[in-house]
Design a protein around this ligand. Structure first.
Ligand SMILES: Nc1ncnc2c1ncn2[C@@H]1O[C@H](COP(=O)(O)OP(=O)(O)O)[C@@H](O)[C@H]1O
Ligand SMILES: [Mg+2]
Length: 545
């Protein structure tokens, strides 16, 4: 029996693993799969441009082919990929420039482009086509397949041409995907990408041929992300084992000092005293789970300098405002500015929040009505799926919206923007679509959204008051003509025409006096909707009659 089992024992390559577990890469459901593909290509373009300091120009086309397949073409003006790396970058899983870097980027694991290629191959059997140039006079194009057994790229139709081309053009055909323009669609995905990346210009061409340009709202290139060392308090046992095994240091002590931030020789000494049974002279690649767990627990008992905060790259309040205006043209919007915080004691993060009201803000529902919309982002990447159990949804839905003059969040034209920024986003699953609802994170999101809402409340409150004034003014105006005729009779003097003119003037004066600014100020001083007090002054004459 054992022999028989042994004869069936096989080692699987990582590519084979993901081929069998493609839902882990976001390939489940026809609509979601298509959005995932667009996401993988578009985030790569944005990452590459950001790192190279280029203002991104991205074109995404989706075509419905006669054979039922869907063809995706994405082109960017980024730095391109050098010929000798292109095959590996696009066709080998767990290969890429971002692997093992503690840095705020969209991609991380090197399974985006290659995962997409894998999906093309297993659903249509067709290769990925690409052309790339680095702007140095040569462009390289090829057809790419993946050898699942070995997780190696196979290139065909290779061609190198003299060309000043710079960027990447990539095209692939897929089945088991469906195009639809709903709230989980590539359209919505790109719209939100544009929102969190106001420096990018994105052109989207739908299967119908309809072209939508999300224009660049700002020429400011985001600051380049920087790589930082992980803080000892921010890592898990499995991180520690992984880092240790990848390390080229000879001893645990030097591995600690050189891998982590705030880890001095002094700290190594403290650790030795706290945990004498684990030798600091051990080669890091021999670190076992048990010791790693002890070490992580010991880290928690030492006092550390807090982590470096300057690796965080938010969109920035002015940029968020520009993007919101560009895309929703709202009646009103407010952006909160918050300072970086730390979660799990060692991972810096920051929450950017904004609200937009009116205009095109809010979610268009199937029945044509508009309701509140929550726009979730992690490091500027839109999160469209798995809303349940996401810290952002928990925080926003848990708020008492009536405090902000939003009577029913589901029925008002309001969009809430939240971008979670960190070198380490605690996603709830491999699909990377929801942020773990850790207490520190939910709380900070709540505070950020409340900050933004405070301004909105002032505005909405002013609006409510103004609407009330308008109604009153109208009601009073109805009596003016009659009153102007009756007054001379009662008083025995005056001319109706003149009195009417004066009355109209008085009413106009009274109701134009309280400007929106004053209303806002009033609202800021009090809370909730105040009852209007009976007024004295010019208006009284009209009431007195
Ligand atoms: N549009 C692009 N421009 C330049 N380089 C790219 C582009 N797309 C992918 N790459 C390179 O290919 C690598 C692998 O991409 P991918 O499989 O999506 O993994 P990840 O984004 O997690 O690194 C990237 O790290 C990058 O070096
Ligand atoms: Mg990627």
């Amino acid at each position: 029996m054992a022999d028989e089992m042994a004869s069936q024992f096989r080692e699987h390559s990582i590519a084979e693993f993901f081929k069998k577990n493609r839902q882990m890469l976001g390939f489940s459901g026809k609509i979601r799969s298509l959005t995932t593909l667009v996401h993988e290509y578009a985030t790569n373009s944005l990452d590459a441009c950001e790192e190279a300091g280029i203002l991104p120009d991205i074109e995404v086309q989706i075509e419905q082919l006669d054979n039922g397949h869907i063809r995706i073409t994405v082109e960017d003006n980024g730095p391109g990929i050098p010929k000798k790396l292109a095959g590996k970058a696009l066709g080998q899983m767990l290969a890429g420039t971002k692997f093992h870097r503690y840095m705020q980027q969209r991609g991380q694991q090197g399974i985006g482009a290659s995962g997409a290629g894998m999906f093309a191959q297993i659903t249509t059997g067709r290769p990925v086509k690409f052309r790339t140039g680095t702007g140095d006079g040569k462009a390289f194009s090829a057809d790419l397949k993946i050898d699942f057994k070995t997780n190696k790229p196979l290139l065909e139709e290779e061609e190198e041409k003299d060309s000043a081309y710079r960027g990447l053009w990539i095209q692939a055909e897929f089945a088991e995907v469906k195009y639809d323009k709903g709230e989980y669609s590539p359209f919505e995905y790109l719209k939100r990408t544009a929102l969190a990346n106001p420096h990018a210009q994105i052109l989207f061409i739908e299967p119908t041929g309809e072209r939508t340009l999300f224009p660049r709202a700002s020429d400011l290139i985001p600051e380049k992300p920087v790589e930082i060392q992980p803080h000892p308090l921010g890592i898990t046992t499995s991180d520690l084992v992984e880092f240790a095994h990848a390390s080229k240091e000879r001893k645990l002590s030097s591995f600690f000092v050189n891998t982590f931030s705030r880890f001095s020789q002094g700290k190594v000494q403290e650790l030795k005293e706290a945990l004498p049974e684990v030798s600091m002279d051990m080669p890091p690649d021999e670190l076992q789970w048990e010791d790693a767990e002890k070490l992580v627990n010991a880290f928690k008992k030492l006092r550390w300098i807090s982590p470096e905060m300057d690796a965080l790259r938010p969109v920035g309040p002015e940029q968020v405002a520009k993007a919101l205006k560009n895309i929703y043209n709202p009646e009103f919007m407010a952006v909160a500015e918050r300072k970086p915080k730390v979660f799990r004691g060692g991972i810096p993060f920051m929450v950017e929040a904004a609200v937009a009201y009116g205009g095109n803000a809010g979610r268009r529902k199937a029945d044509g009505s508009v309701g509140g919309d929550i726009l979730r982002f992690a490091n500027r990447v839109p999160l469209l799926f798995d809303a349940g159990g996401c810290a952002i949804i928990d925080a926003v839905k848990g708020m008492d919206w009536r405090r902000y003059d939003i009577r029913d969040f589901e029925k008002e034209p309001v969009s809430v923007f939240v971008n979670f920024v960190s070198v380490h986003v605690p996603y709830t699953g491999a699909g990377k679509q929801a942020i773990a609802d850790e207490e520190e994170i939910v709380e900070e999101i709540r505070l950020a959204v409340m900050d933004a809402c405070r301004d909105m409340q002032r505005y909405l409150h002013g609006k409510v008051r103004e609407a009330g004034r308008e109604a009153k003014k109208k009601a009073i105006l109805k009596y003016v003509t009659q009153l102007a005729q009756d007054l001379p009779l009662l008083a025995g003097k005056g001319k109706p025409k003149e009195i009417e003119k004066k009355l109209l003037q008085m009413i106009e004066n009274k109701y134009s006096q309280l400007t929106l600014d004053e209303a806002e100020e009033e609202a800021a001083n009090g809370n909730g909707v105040k009852e209007e007090k009976p007024e004295t002054g010019n208006g009284d004459e009209a009431k007195e009659e």
